[in-house]
Design a protein around this ligand. Structure first.
Ligand SMILES: *Cc1c(COP(=O)(O)O)cnc(C)c1O
Length: 322
């Protein structure tokens, strides 16, 4: 493995979900609490950033640059890492900025980001402009990719799978939200190393299964190669379910609302409108369809996202009683 900075709260706990298991009447449900990784409310990006921040420091960087949606957890955690290690951070954001800022976006400002807004299709161009202007100001920029998903970032989830094995936890299934693919790619490589034989099922948040499978397989190959392991992964090795895309990225529908309420009221587990709420909705639906065997154990890997619950745009629907 490659070196990393150490700031995540690891290992994250694995906890049973007895009330939800009983309510849904399916397999045994457990969860791994990566919503508790530390770094400004935690989430899966903390693990990736331990490796990315080491690389940024090695490169002599003093300014991080990254991009995401206005309620991006990745951007919140990246600017938090910058604050923690005394770097500046420029965020290139797309979407409608809430006024006044709320949820993750409020935290972007509190944590000290310089924020640049642009249209979704112009993000790449804007990142290049920002990079040049930081260089032009005599500073040393370091570009962190969308979602922290490159081979360096994905190592966070290679390590997470080794951590799970060390905890002696061996579920039949791991279920979680998958989007830019770094989490799932890292898990696949980590499973290969740890000998995990269960299934790793990503619930797609915003893309078709074909697109996401191809990206995850590609990134998994690159990640393995990066740590000196020649392993091939094909799209068929990657399990993705895209049945729960609903109204699209960051559009919270009735399935997410139900999942958010059930996880909160039965297990005091806070899942979010964009990622973990969608994956939880998918998990609930798969259980109701009888997809899992009753004797199986399913680990819901909680990747975080909680601050988006405090975005005003979701609050009306979250509070409406059906
Ligand atoms: C970024 C994010 C994901 C998706 O992880 P990827 O590595 O981008 O696939 C899932 N859940 C939450 C809460 C996230 O912020």
């Amino acid at each position: 493995m490659k070196p990393r900075l150490r700031f995540a709260h690891l290992p994250t706990p694995v906890e049973p979900l007895p009330r939800l298991s009983a309510l849904l009447g399916g397999p045994t449900l457990i969860t791994k609490r990566d919503d508790q990784t530390g770094l400004a409310f935690g989430g899966n990006k903390t693990r990736k950033l331990e490796y990315l921040m080491y690389a940024a420091q090695e490169a002599g960087a003093d300014t991080l640059i990254t991009a995401g949606a206005v309620q991006s957890n990745h951007c919140r955690q990246t600017v938090a890492a910058a604050a923690r290690f005394g770097m500046a951070c420029v965020l290139v954001l797309f979407g409608n900025p809430p006024d006044p800022p709320d949820g993750n976006h409020l935290l972007h400002y509190l944590l000290g980001a310089e924020v640049v807004f642009t249209g979704r299709e112009r993000v790449q161009q804007k990142l290049e402009e920002v990079y040049e202007s930081v260089l032009g100001a005599g500073k040393q920029p370091y570009l962190i990719p969308y979602g922290g998903s490159n081979p360096t970032g994905a190592l966070g989830y290679v390590n997470a799978m080794l951590e799970l094995a060390e905890q002696g936890v061996d579920p039949d299934w791991i279920v979680f939200p998958s989007s830019s693919g770094g989490t799932q790619a890292g898990m696949l490589v980590g499973a290969h190393i740890s000998g995990y034989h269960g299934k790793i099922l990503g619930i797609s948040v915003d893309e078709t299964a074909d697109e996401l499978k191809a990206r995850v397989a590609d990134l998994a190959i690159q990640t393995a190669d990066f740590i000196g392991r020649q392993v091939t992964f094909s799209a068929e090795d990657v399990l993705v379910n895209d049945d729960y895309l609903g109204g699209g990225y960051a559009v919270m529908g009735s399935a997410e609302v139900e999942a958010i309420r059930l996880f909160a009221a039965y297990e005091a587990l806070l899942v979010d409108p964009v990622y973990t709420g969608r994956a939880a909705a998918g998990l609930i639906d798969l259980i109701r369809q009888g997809f899992f065997k009753p004797e199986e154990t399913v680990l819901f890997w909680h990747t975080g996202g909680g601050p988006a619950l405090f975005a005003r745009k979701y609050q009306g629907d979250l509070l409406e009683i059906n």
